[in-house]
Design a protein around this ligand. Structure first.
Ligand code: HEC
Length: 388
């Protein structure tokens, strides 16, 4: 063997089970820690003879099992409660009993995959995918009818001459040096190997397609393009009125929608009171919504300077005494319900935003019709500001 190769271990071959068991016991007793035994079939009592403790791989399994459970549990909660925010079958968002099967499955899945990958990583030292023992005469013998023991060069008390002497003393019939391969035989990320995988993938899918679709006339998976289902607006003979879509049950309301009790009535029976406090924030909101939804017909300042003149009846001024003297609830009612030519804006503007618009209209009105006291108040403030 050339000297520039790195020694992995010294391997010894034995003829019988009894020999290998006693060899393992003696090797343990001699204080060797890094050694391994290879047998053609599982030999009972071998782990004890080798003085082996429990495998650490169990911790990998435990960790990833728990991780899988926690991950999927939170994921389910997240999808119901946060992402979709939909009540399914009347269950609470954190429906523990319903979550159990999936949590169990995912625990097993994560634990199993992590165990396999963990073993490959630990024993093969990924991305290596082979072991120095592979492809040796020793391995051929122990996968036939022989029993083998290797003492690794990494062992603290490894001394090649002594180890060979020791193994001979155990009764080995053949002793062999095992070297690390100069270069990994089948490197995992070898471009040729990846190219090979890609070619296999394309060839497999192509062949499957041709066989199913062209030779056997079975459609391959059609991505659910064709389904026996009723799409929106489609007719159906199943129902007496031949309509596929079913009307919602009487009294159904959309989520978050509170029906307006004065719909279609000229004037609210009770006076609606404005629940907002006209803070700067509310007025900013009201201004934004007013400019978007009201200004096209009523003008930017509510004076009736419509931008849709000629296309739509001009919205009247909002500075008339009539509107100034309307209670807030009446303006709210007009936005919500519409009035004659003016349509309802309830679908576009939330209740809160409607009240904010009312507040903003009050600001516009006051700006056009400031009272003496308003001016004084402003003056006083600005004077005191100057003094400060
Ligand atoms: C598409 C044009 C249009 C839009 C947009 C519009 N309005 Fe009107 N508005 C009208 C017309 C037209 C009238 C007059 C209806 C009538 O004949 O009673 C009216 C009437 C009103 C009245 C009653 C005026 C009165 O003298 O009786 C108020 C208050 C009012 N609108 C507020 C609003 C508010 C607030 C918005 C924004 C949410 C808005 N309007 C959006 C066209 C519009």
């Amino acid at each position: 063997m050339p000297d520039n190769k790195k020694l992995h271990s010294v391997a010894a071959l034995f003829n019988s089970v009894d020999e290998i068991i006693s060899a393992a016991k003696k090797t343990t007793a001699a204080g060797y820690k890094k050694f391994d035994v290879n047998t053609p079939y599982p030999v009972h009592g071998m782990d004890r003879a080798m003085g082996m403790g429990q495998s650490k791989i169990g911790f990998v399994t435990l960790f990833f099992g728990l991780f899988g459970a926690a991950f999927i549990f939170l994921f389910m909660w997240w999808s119901f409660a946060v992402s979709y925010n939909i009540v399914v079958g009347g269950k609470p968002f954190l429906a523990v009993p319903a979550f159990i099967p999936i949590t169990f499955e995912t625990t097993v899945l994560f634990a199993a995959i992590a165990t396999v990958v963990g073993m490959l990583a630990v024993y093969f030292k990924l991305p290596n995918n082979s072991h120095p023992l592979h492809d040796t005469d020793y391995m051929k013998a122990v996968s036939g009818d022989k029993f083998g023991l290797v003492i690794e060069a990494e062992d603290k008390q490894f001394d090649k001459a002594k180890v060979i002497e020791f193994l001979k003393g155990l009764g080995a019939y053949k002793i062999e040096d095992i070297y690390y391969p100069e270069q990994e035989k089948f490197r995992m990320f070898e471009p040729k190997f990846l190219l090979f995988l890609a070619i296999v993938a394309v060839a497999t899918s192509g062949l499957t397609y041709v066989t199913l679709n062209k030779l056997m006339y079975i459609t391959p998976f059609d991505w659910m393009d064709f389904q026996s289902k009723l799409t929106a607006q489609k007719g159906s003979n199943m129902f007496a009125n031949h309509e596929g879509m079913r009307p919602p049950v009487e009294g159904t309301v959309a989520r978050g929608f509170i029906p307006y009790p004065y719909k279609g009535q000229p004037m609210p029976v009770e006076v609606l009171s404005n629940p907002t406090i006209p803070t700067k924030q509310i007025l900013e909101l009201g201004k934004g919504k007013f400019l978007t939804f009201c200004s096209p017909c009523h003008g930017n300042f509510g004076e009736g300077e419509s931008r849709l003149r000629g296309q739509f009846p001009v919205g009247p001024t909002l500075h008339s005494d009539k509107i100034i003297n309307y209670p807030d609830g009446m303006i709210y009612h007009i936005i919500t319900n519409g009035q004659n030519a003016m349509p309802s804006y309830a679908p576009q503007i939330t209740r809160h935003e409607r009240w904010a618009i009312v507040d903003y209209i009050r600001v516009l009105q006051r700006a056009q019709n400031a009272k003496e006291s308003d001016l004084k108040a402003v003056n006083k403030e600005s004077v005191s500001n100057v003094q400060n």
